[in-house]
Design a protein around this ligand. Structure first.
Ligand code: ADP
Ligand code: MG
Length: 577
């Protein structure tokens, strides 16, 4: 069997067609990910067999994947000390397109973990970058020990050869050595810095050490696959720095897995801050998609709703084919399923952070206060995204609304009230808000003075986007959002004041006092006076639609109601009106 064998490639046509239809790879750099994944599988198989009592050649050898590049010769070599292949296996596994030896192995050993390969096409991606590929291999299984190392070689012209390797030229005690002779347009892959970067991008979480020209690359562990109880705070922080490419510490983390409708394992972080506030434009999503610890896409498109782009982390889904191309990642049904599953988890997680009990036993007060402060701090930084979500993400709007926070006439500066707390502690069928540029102005606003006096809470809206927000929400717990500067709201307050008037003699006196001055600077509390109204109307001519004199306890003589919103005014100004 020392002679050269020459064979035509075989294909399992039905499989091949399926894959061709998926248009395989669009990025040639993924060849490295594919070859490393194969080497990793080879190592895991040895580990598995050794643990189940199989006799292994050189069982003391440390498992690992070693890559060497030579820029001058444009050669990339990737070696593993894994399971290796016999001559028969070389023909079977590398000579049959879409035949996965690994899938067969995993099917035979159901308790086998950490296998990546399943489609039987990854290996051929080597030909995207190489003119010729040599595979030296020797089986690690002791009962194959009499068979010497073999060499499989092809230039993908339609043929491959298998022969006994020159045992002096290559030292392969066990495992596989793959030599890529790079093509003209792929010379960059013989540069160590390029390969280091690709290894750390795609293969950081492979379970055996990977070196590039002797330097160990993968040192972060894939903690999303661990039981959260066994992961320390320090582990999360370290992992965050890798996942978010950051140097700070995360604010919150969520570590979860789902089984239905899709199997996911994930760790998601809320960072300290974000760059959009520096006017640096829209930031990209910060969540990467992995499959079996191998990177598929980073940042992953459509993995979460766009407004969640401030989140960082990883989602690992076993069911994603490794050969999927970037373009075809979008809009697939699987991505939608993952998106729904992840956003549901994220929303209920944020809800648990936002849910602050209003009344707690004494011993829990400190914890509750801390939780509120943490959530408020989160909202101060990321509220803009939550608001965007409430406006644009109709599907999740009901889950997002309880996450909103506002300052109000009853909070201290910089502190927040939620819509739940607001609706609990204020009667009525509305949620009052006032749009003002700052808290100082809010406190002086003539529109809310009367509400404050009546003990009715008014939300302060400092953010131009709030106008869209209140519009989009429409109501919360069947209370409609109502601007304090609307005539409807002011009518409310005058009804309120007349209610208390009729009860309270002092108020009546005040009203009479107001009446005396109704032609001067204080018309509040005056009865409807048509003459006065028409005088004001004619003085302001075309600038107001109607004028009415109302009873209100206020230090402001006159307010404009139902005026166009500040946002609208800004927009009209921009349009030159
Ligand atoms: P997949 O990894 O999806 O099974 P590939 O085309 O990447 O498909 O590889 C085909 C098969 O070749 C693998 O299933 C495995 O049996 C074998 N193989 C590839 N690389 C190695 C390696 N480094 N060591 C041992 N076997 C390998
Ligand atoms: Mg593979």
């Amino acid at each position: 069997t020392a002679g050269v064998e020459r064979h035509a490639f075989q294909a399992e046509t039905s499989q091949l067609l399926k894959i061709a239809a998926q248009s395989l790879y669009t990025d040639k750099e993924v060849f490295l990910r594919e070859l490393i994944s194969n080497a990793s599988d080879a190592c895991q198989k040895v580990r598995y067999l050794e643990n189940t009592g199989e006799q292994i050649v050189d069982s003391h050898v440390e498992l690992g994947i070693h890559i060497t590049v030579n820029a001058d010769e444009k050669v990339l070599v990737i070696e593993d000390r894994g399971i290796g292949m016999t001559r028969e296996e070389l023909k079977e596994n590398l000579g049959t397109i879409a035949k996965s030896g690994t899938r067969a192995f995993a099917a035979k050993h159901a308790d086998m973990k950490d296998v990546i390969g399943q489609f039987g096409v990854g290996f051929y991606s080597a030909f995207m970058v190489a003119n010729s590929v040599k595979v030296f291999s020797k089986s690690a299984i002791a009962k194959n020990a009499q068979e010497k190392a073999n060499l499989w070689e092809s230039d993908i012209s339609g043929y491959y050869t298998v022969q006994e390797a020159d045992q002096n030229a290559v030292e392969v005690p066990r495992g596989t050595r793959i030599e890529l002779h790079l093509n003209e347009s792929s010379a960059e892959f013989a540069k160590p810095e390029v390969i280091e970067k690709l290894v750390s991008r795609y293969s950081s979480f492979i379970g055996v050490p990977i070196t590039v020209n002797g330097k160990r690359i993968n040192t972060v562990s894939p903690i999303w696959t661990s039981d959260p109880k066994k992961v320390t705070e320090k582990d999360y922080h370290e992992f965050y720095r890798f996942a978010a490419d950051a140097y700070d510490e995360p604010r919150f983390h969520l570590h979860f897995s789902t089984d239905y409708p899709v199997q996911l394992r994930s760790i998601i972080f809320v960072p300290r801050t974000h760059v959009e506030k520096f006017g640096m434009g829209r930031q990209e999503s910060g969540i990467a998609l992995y499959s079996r610890k191998v990177l598929i896409q980073k940042p992953a498109k459509n993995l979460v709703p766009d407004w969640m782009r401030f989140l960082k982390g990883v989602v690992d889904c076993e069911d994603i084919p490794l050969n999927i191309s970037r373009e075809s990642m979008q809009d697939t049904r699987l991505m939608n399923t993952i998106n729904t599953a992840v956003s549901r988890k994220v929303l209920s997680w944020l809800k648990s952070k936002a849910e602050i009990k209003e009344e707690v036993p004494k011993e829990e007060e400190a914890t509750a206060a801390l939780q509120k402060e943490e959530y408020d701090a989160f909202f101060r930084e990321f509220g803009v995204f939550i608001k965007e979500g409430a406006v644009v993400d109709q599907q999740n709007r009901d889950q997002i609304a309880p996450l909103l926070r506002f300052e109000s006439s009853k909070t201290r500066p910089g502190e927040f009230v939620s819509l739940d707390v607001y609706t609990n502690r204020n009667p009525g069928s509305q949620i009052l808000f006032v749009q003002v540029p700052s808290r100082a102005l809010a406190e002086k606003s003539p529109y809310i003075e009367a509400f404050i006096q009546e003990g009715i809470e008014v939300l302060y809206s400092f953010d131009a986007v709030d106008e869209f927000l209140f519009n989009a929400l429409g109501q919360y717990r069947n209370r409609k959002f109502l601007s304090a500067s609307s005539s409807e709201a002011q009518k409310l307050i005058s009804e309120k004041s007349s209610e208390s008037e009729s009860k309270d003699k002092d108020n009546l006196d005040e009203t009479e006092d107001g009446k005396k001055k109704s032609d001067g600077d204080k018309p509040s509390g005056a009865a409807e006076d048509p003459e006065f109204s028409s005088w004001v109307q004619s003085s302001l001519s075309d600038r107001v639609d109607s004028v009415s004199v109302v009873k209100r306890a206020s230090s402001t003589p006159l307010v404009v109601l139902d005026h166009e919103s500040p946002m609208l005014r800004k927009m009209m100004k921009m349009a030159g009106q």
